[in-house]
Design a protein around this ligand. Structure first.
Ligand code: PRP
Ligand code: MN
Ligand code: MG
Length: 179
């Protein structure tokens, strides 16, 4: 897999440090809130595991599976709800964990969904924020890294469902997706 990567943007170590830093902030901010942490499958799997270990708070963990890229490099613009959460979120403090916010469509969809179910508060933590990609005005409250406008994979992020298990985030060689 390493051969398909043009350059590493965030190393294993960079990510571990970011998870620690965010975990401290989240511990402070969610101390007395008993949040429901909602991890957005599949991309957020690795980041969720690392960041929640750095959070010293009573928290419930749930998962929602939504997809719009279908493995490609461009958002289809349509969000599929593949698997819903199991929790009743009415009146609860929610922390969404994402791997990346790009166009903002996925996050907007999630926020609208959770609001319609009367969540008390919705905060967002993302490993990567690609601000240049934004088509919808949504913001994350906690950001690991601001990422340049390139197609990145690894550490949860896929190209055609592959590369999620790379321990770092990197830029894919264009030859991988142009052939
Ligand atoms: C990716 C990524 C985010 C979303 C961000 O998910 O994990 O959830 O797209 O893009 P957006 O801001 O343009 O909506 P994807 O649809 O690829 O599903 P996956 O997490 O299962 O890979
Ligand atoms: Mn995703
Ligand atoms: Mg994807």
């Amino acid at each position: 897999m390493d051969n398909d990567i043009e350059r590493i943007l965030y190393s294993r170590d960079d990510i571990a440090k970011a998870a620690k830093r965010l975990g401290k902030q989240l511990t402070n901010d969610f101390q007395d809130k008993r949040p429901i942490i909602i991890s957005v499958l599949k991309g957020a799997i690795l980041f969720t595991v690392d960041v929640i270990k750095e959070m010293d708070v009573y928290a419930e963990i749930d998962f929602i599976d939504v997809a719009s890229y279908h493995g490609g490099t461009q958002s289809s613009g349509e969000i599929d709800l593949v698997r819903d959460i199991g929790s009743d979120i009415a009146g609860r403090n929610i922390l969404i964990i994402e791997d990346i916010i790009d166009t903002g469509r996925t996050l907007k969809y999630l926020i609208d969904l959770l609001k319609s179910r009367n969540a008390a508060e919705i905060k967002v933590c993302t490993l990567l924020d690609k601000e240049e990609g934004r088509l919808i005005d949504v913001k994350a409250d906690y950001v690991g890294f601001s990422v340049p406008n390139e197609f990145v994979v690894g550490y949860g992020l896929d190209y055609q469902e592959l590369y999620r298990n790379l321990p770092y985030v990197g830029v894919l060689k264009p030859s991988v997706y142009t052939n």
